[in-house]
Ligand binder design. Structure first.
Ligand SMILES: [Zn+2]
Ligand SMILES: [Zn+2]
Length: 343
């Protein structure tokens, strides 16, 4: 039989007439604890979806690249492979080339980065988190945000419920019951953790609403038109929120995977999808002799198309909203050298 010294026994004082309140305290305590541990478990052990097979280079393709000493030639081979496989790649390196991982031997999908700790490429890598000993990326970013949220709620709950005893501690200094020091430590520890988690949680909520990863907030992804921090934004906070938390409201706050997409294809603003595809500029360069290149006016007009404008590259039709509230539309027909036609 275990006998504790009297000074270490925590005395629980239940106020008369408040048993229901005590039950409520216990239920809420275990609810927040359970949700926190569930989200934490999912963040640690949640698996990252692998990079799809089409992004991997075959041994022959790797050999071709490694046999070339000049980076320019290597880039040409990578462009050829990307074009043949029609890979959905829109971002590029700072030098304008295709992003390639020499360790995994893959053409990196957009938002994918190689983690030197995990020693693999992670889809939509956010950062490597030592607190969960795992990368935070497309597969577990929702779990990570919920982990922060429930950690914050748990700390606040503990701080609020111990606050009356903390005040009582300072009002009755004569009573040196050891249990009072436990309450004091519990209150201060929960407040300190709550403050630090609040900062991190607010930062990731902001990033979620603008559809940025931590890496992208420090180093903007490069598109054909240059660096663009908001290149992957859906254009609205709610759209960006749904990208991570899904469309089913009942699942938003459960640590279950509901993120949209596949981690490889990213909805981008119309201008990017039509004028910013990585290989589009290569098509211009590959025009056969005598074939007319799109005029500068046409290219400039395409670039000037704002988000929300729909452009059909196959028919050269552009649908521009005139008054969003009335639903009126004007349809423009793009032709090399001039713009004509309205309906
Ligand atoms: Zn890699
Ligand atoms: Zn990692």
């Amino acid at each position: 039989m275990l006998v504790l010294p009297k000074r270490d026994v925590l005395t629980v004082r239940v106020a008369k007439g408040q048993p229901l309140l005590c039950v409520l305290y216990l239920l809420l305590f275990h609810f927040f604890l359970f949700m926190f541990l569930w989200a934490y478990y999912q963040t640690i052990f949640g698996s990252h979806p692998g990079v799809p097979g089409e992004f991997y280079l075959s041994s022959d393709e790797v050999q071709r690249i490694e046999s070339e000493d000049r980076s320019g030639e290597q880039q040409e081979i990578l462009k050829e492979i990307s074009r043949d496989k029609a890979l959905p790649v829109y971002t590029r390196t700072y030098g304008g080339g295709i992003r390639y991982c020499h360790i995994c031997k893959i053409i990196k999908p957009d938002r994918c980065h190689h983690c030197s700790v995990c020693d693999r490429c992670i889809l939509k890598m956010d950062h490597h988190c030592p607190w969960v000993n795992n990368c935070v990326g497309y597969g577990n970013y929702k779990f990570f945000v919920l982990f922060l949220m429930y950690a914050l709620l748990f700390c606040l709950y503990v701080a609020i419920t111990t606050l009356p005893y903390f005040v009582q501690f300072w009002q009755d200094m004569q009573d040196s019951d050891a249990a009072r020091f436990h309450i004091l430590f519990l209150f201060l520890a929960s407040i300190m953790f709550a403050i630090s988690v609040t900062i991190l949680f607010c930062m990731h909520i902001r990033l979620s609403l603008v559809n940025q990863s931590t890496l992208e907030s420090f180093r903007s992804p490069i598109f054909r038109h240059g660096p663009d921090k908001e290149g992957f934004s859906r254009g609205s906070a709610s759209g960006n929120f749904h990208d991570i938390f899904g469309s089913r409201k009942s699942h938003w706050f459960l640590p279950m995977f509901t993120s949209a997409g596949d981690g490889v294809n990213w909805p981008m603003q119309a201008r990017d999808q039509d004028s910013d595809r990585l290989l589009d500029d290569d098509r211009d360069e590959d025009l056969s002799p005598g074939e007319e290149s799109p005029s500068r006016d046409t290219q400039q007009f395409k670039k000037s198309i704002q988000a929300g404008t729909k452009y059909d590259s196959t028919s050269n039709d552009v649908v521009v909203p005139i008054e969003p509230n009335t639903g009126d539309r004007v349809q423009l027909v793009l032709e090399p050298g001039h713009i004509a036609g309205t309906t």
